[in-house]
Design a protein around this ligand. Sequence first.
Ligand code: GLU
Length: 424
Amino acid sequence: MSEKLSFVSPTPNSPWGTYLQQVDRVIPYLGDLARWAETLKRPKRALIVDVPIEMDDGRIAHYEGYRVQHNMSRGPGKGGVRFHPDVTLEEVMALSAWMTVKTAAVNLPYGGAKGGIRVDPKKLSQKELEKVTRRYTSEIGIIIGPHTDIPAPDVNTNGQIMAWMMDTYSMNTGGTATGVVTGKPLHLGGSLGRVKATGRGVFVTGREAARRLGLDLRGARIAVQGFGNVGSVAAELFVEAGAIIVAVQDHTGTIVNDKGLDLAGLVPISRTAGGATAFQGGDVVPNAQFWDVQCDILIPAALEGQISAERAKKTTAKLVLEGANGPTVPEADDILAQRGVLVVPDVICNAGGVTVSYFEWVQDFSSFFWDEDEINVRLDRIMMNALNHIWDTADKHKITLRTATYAVACERILIARQERGLYP
Ligand code: GLU
């Protein structure tokens, strides 16, 4: 018989299991609100959809898609859509739950949601990609909407995919609903600063953490795993602040340069099919060596579960900036804390993306658009205020930044839950 008792019980070593442990750790700090904590361990609603499309060669292919609304106590669901061959319902549950915590941590008026399709978009033609996106959007159209649940880009999705999602939803509802998704192209109600926002938030929180640690960014050595929208933008901002990028790992492999990789050369090449390892200005080494590289700051900006106990034991980093969602397993978290390695957790570190998504959504509703300076000033302020509040909470209870972020966020979520009350 299967070990899985219900859809909320986790499979071993899964992101959902990681999330549940993170919630358990915060319960002692929730006081009377702990009575409501079970609500955090259950997604409000989960939809599984079949996404059939006719391929260019005439075959009919079926892909599985998901949209999970984890919690909507504080506002509509918010969270990205991921296209990846390994996506599962359980993974999307974890990702949606981290959105609930993240939006509450930075105090945006949202709940948490997430979506995904089990597909490798690199294997699809542009036409096939559009069909998959449109059919998926149509299928989840019964639960998304500008006031109910607002998707956005995530791993392997981008502005073009958001434009197709916006168009499909609008075709089905008979208007032009720009506010149904964020991360759209600029001339379709997108916001200035959205593409770089997640990387910028990683930099802003990382710079403050470094300052508090007494770690000078000038000459600081940084290793970055994942060199997409998050990792590459954060890397560029740290280099502007005087740091050097000594190692980059992406889906093609690992490239190192002890004197610092030249980002002006590396970034454009990393966007091509050859990836980061097609760049000539460094040595390509086996992937396992990434974790041995001498560095001050480690930025995991790829997928979940990358920092295992073993990797946590050997990293030389003093500071870990979680650009990815869920990159550190709980056992590794404990090891890093014991070793005095400071972790700025995903649910605050990478919240810059959803923060500018919020700005985009507000601008769409008011049909009044802000300039990029205004976006960045507001983003930096929200990130710094949130981080400072979390830091005070961590100092007060002598807990990690992760547990402190959960304490701040879960209190907000559960107060809203309690005030709304149970229906009926
Ligand atoms: N996918 C991003 C995240 O994980 C952004 C979500 C959004 O903008 O709604 O935070």
